[in-house]
Design a protein around this ligand. Structure first.
Ligand SMILES: O=C(O)c1ccccc1NCC(=O)[C@H](O)[C@H](O)COP(=O)(O)O
Length: 251
């Protein structure tokens, strides 16, 4: 069950159980973050669709696993025109690690999002990144965690899947909001989720469409519905990542 008492897919229950066990960093981090807004503006100004390309070695909904060097993958994504990167740090279900993120961030000059299931303030201190994902569905004190992230210099990206979660994200002061097309209760993907929530997002929020984008037509669909940027994982990790990113950034 999640905080709303709703049933969760077994894989997500397992992800959350593992997240509750993970400790934080030993010292409070203080990040000199690369501006995500500037990265989006740079992409727009030279005609690239702003894409956050995700280094996602595996996942509960992916067959197999990609064991390439994460830094090589990340550099190939930047070569394809990614405005920013998302890097999984969850080890048990996504094959990520904080070490991979630190190596990637040192090797590229675009902003890097830490993609994990952060539940506590201490877990923010595991590794430096430019953005951190906070999933509204799983965080009780969302305002507290948004503030804690900002106090450390992170740009928090608050992920929502419903209107009620959007309201919580806005109340928590989120400037960056991602609408996840993947329902983490059932693990089903529906691009209509973004289309139904986007009209209710305040104009001053930077809005990201997350999950389920697999084609140039999907990119255009999400952009028409109001996406300032797209977060794309599986479809980029499948095959030549530079060519895949380029297909989306030129959609
Ligand atoms: O991707 C999964 O299988 C997954 C399973 C359980 C919880 C979360 C999951 N994904 C997290 C994500 O948000 C995605 O990695 C990200 O939005 C990219 O999605 P996609 O482009 O569909 O790989």
């Amino acid at each position: 069950m999640d905080a709303n008492g709703e049933e969760l897919a077994p894989a997500v229950r397992s992800i959350l159980a593992a997240a509750r066990e993970r400790s934080g960093g030993e010292e409070r981090v203080s990040v000199d973050a690369r501006s995500f807004e500037d990265a989006l503006a740079a992409a727009e100004s030279d005609g690239r669709v702003p894409v956050i390309a995700e280094v996602k070695p595996t996942s509960p909904t992916t067959d197999g696993r990609r064991d390439d060097d994460p830094v090589a993958l990340a550099s190939a994504m930047v070569e394809g025109g990614a405005a920013a990167l998302s890097v999984l740090t969850e080890p048990a279900h996504f094959g990520g690690s904080p070490e991979s993120l630190a190596r990637i961030r040192a090797a590229v000059d675009v902003p890097v999002l830490r993609k994990d299931f952060i539940l506590t303030e201490a877990q923010l201190d595991l590794v430096e990144s430019d953005l951190v994902l906070l999933i509204a569905r799983f965080v009780d004190d969302l305002s507290g965690l948004v503030s804690a992230a900002e106090d450390r210099g992170f740009q928090p990206l608050v992920e929502v899947h419903t209107r009620a979660e959007l309201d919580r994200a806005v109340e928590a002061g989120a400037d960056l909001i991602g609408v996840n097309n993947r329902d983490l209760g059932k693990l089903e993907v529906d691009l209509g989720t973004f289309e139904s929530i986007a009209p209710h997002v305040p104009d001053d929020v930077t809005l990201i469409a997350e999950s389920g984008v697999g084609s140039a037509a999907d990119v255009r669909r999400m952009r028409s519905a109001g996406a300032d940027a797209l977060l794309i994982g599986s479809a980029i990790m499948d095959g030549d990542v530079t060519a895949n990113v380029r297909r989306f950034t030129t959609a």
